[in-house]
Design a protein around this ligand. Structure first.
Ligand code: ZN
Length: 355
């Protein structure tokens, strides 16, 4: 039963919606923009439910839907006749016919039973220019009862004339601490894992939830750190073989993946390495395991940090940042990874570096 009180952070956005509900000053069109996984649709549905509720109430410091009136029950069951989601036939685009049939021809029909008629358009950036122009006609002369909520991960895809007729509400990255608290309290994720997932999600609640519920990430983390700990003993071709096995895409994604490496695995792999060496820096400075992200790898972190200087740790982090930049600029991904791992091996295990 989603309510405003359950939206993590997003203070400005919540304040705007709350003020609109309290003053009963509802705009005809909103754009909620934010990356995939940031919770745009979650927020839109809470707002839509509250808009349609027959007897809103004050709860936990928010103006909330009552969750018990007939309108709320239908909204909670996703069967509210006056909360309409604009779906599209082609997966890659929202065409002019989608907007004409499901929105333009429909807005003229008054709401069945509510004060408003709410249209939610997910993946709004997929609207073709013709679809946007069709939408614009409605935005120029909206019937009094309509509220259109466009969700998008790329607001730059919209015509300026659309943006100027909408109230734009950006989703901001949530705080790590807020995400951690949410994972622990609402999803029963254990302390260290909640911290790890929150750090990796970079403010994206959807990503944090995915990481917390997903064995892929846990396995990748263990295998990555295991591989680094074996750098000293293994030849570089063995390391690359293992790395390829580690980063291989799922079978159904293999066709589109770059050079047999899954981009999602690769991103997480680089993040894991960077966080691992940051942990080493932190441990070297504080000798306090409480501040680490990989608290479960304490013995390995300790064994490396006793033998390596701050300078070398910083060099490793710099090397990894450079490697990531090179890979983003489309050079040979294998070669960059190979050079990076050889460099890390040198920094950690070359005896002349020790201090
Ligand atoms: Zn209600």
């Amino acid at each position: 039963m989603a309510d405003f009180s359950e939206i993590i952070d997003q203070g400005q956005l919540k304040e705007h919606m709350q003020n609109a509900l309290l003053a009963d000053k509802i705009s005809h069109a909103y754009i909620i923009s934010g990356e995939v996984g940031s919770g745009k649709e979650f927020v839109a549905r809470i707002f839509a439910k509250a808009l349609q509720c027959e007897s809103r109430e004050e709860r936990d410091g928010y103006t909330e839907a009552c969750n018990t009136c007939p309108s709320c029950i239908k909204a909670l069951n996703d069967s509210h006749p006056d909360i309409i989601t604009i779906t599209h036939e082609k997966p890659g685009s929202i065409g002019v016919d989608d907007i004409r049939q499901k929105l333009r021809d429909d807005v003229v029909i008054k709401p069945y039973e509510s004060k408003h008629k709410v249209y939610i358009i997910p993946e709004g950036e997929k609207m073709t220019p013709a679809a946007q122009n069709a939408l614009l006609k409605t935005l120029e002369e909206p019937p009094s009862y309509i509220v259109i909520i466009i969700l998008t991960s790329n607001i730059n895809a919209f015509l300026q004339t659309i943006i100027s007729r909408c109230i734009v509400l950006p989703m901001k990255p949530a705080q790590d601490d807020s995400i951690k608290k949410y994972l622990m309290e609402e999803c029963q994720v254990v302390d260290y894992k909640a911290m790890l997932c929150a750090s990796f999600a970079r403010g994206n609640v959807g990503k944090a939830l995915e990481l917390a519920s997903n064995e892929r990430f846990e396995n990748l983390k263990d295998s990555t750190i295991d591989l680094i700990s074996k750098l000293e003993r293994l030849e570089i071709h063995d390391i690359m073989d293992r790395l390829h096995a580690l980063l291989a895409p799922l079978e159904e994604e293999a066709k589109t993946a770059k050079k047999g490496i899954d981009p999602k695995n690769f991103e997480d792999f680089m993040d894991i390495l960077i966080f691992l060496f940051r942990d080493m820096l932190v441990y070297k400075a504080t000798e306090n395991p409480d501040h680490l992200i990989f608290t479960d790898k304490l013995s390995y972190i300790r064994s490396v940090t006793v033998n390596i200087s701050y300078e070398k740790l910083n060099e490793i982090i710099k090397t990894m940042d450079q490697a990531r930049n090179r890979i983003n600029s489309n050079v040979n991904i294998d070669l960059v990874l190979e050079l990076m791992l050889i460099a890390i091996k040198g920094y950690i295990y070359d005896k002349s570096n020790r201090r």
